[in-house]
Design a protein. Structure first.
Length: 94
């Protein structure tokens, strides 16, 4: 008798959970393209990380990094010479 009651309850719980779909998370590129939304989500993650969720906060962090550092496709090219670099080593004046 216990099995007969348990099976319908499990079936009802499984079917009830199927209807609740979470909204899709925004991509890192979408977040990086919208600085106002990114700032709002960054504040949400800072104030209540548990409620906002790890997945969204990780994407917010990645989008913030991408906006700050860029996409990484431009290599660093230091200047060839700076003005005054032909003076030689500096000397200490006593």
């Amino acid at each position: 008798m216990n099995v007969k009651m348990t099976l319908p309850l499990l079936l009802a719980a499984a079917l009830g959970a199927c209807g609740r779909a979470e909204p899709p998370l925004p991509t890192v590129d979408e977040l990086a393209a919208d600085p106002v939304r990114l700032a709002a989500l960054r504040d949400q993650c800072r104030l209540d990380h548990a409620k906002t969720g790890d997945a969204l906060c990780n994407r917010v962090a990645a989008a913030t990094t991408k906006r700050f550092l860029g996409d990484g496709k431009v290599p660093y090219t230091p200047p060839k010479e700076t003005a005054g670099s032909d003076r030689g080593p500096s000397r200490r004046i006593s």
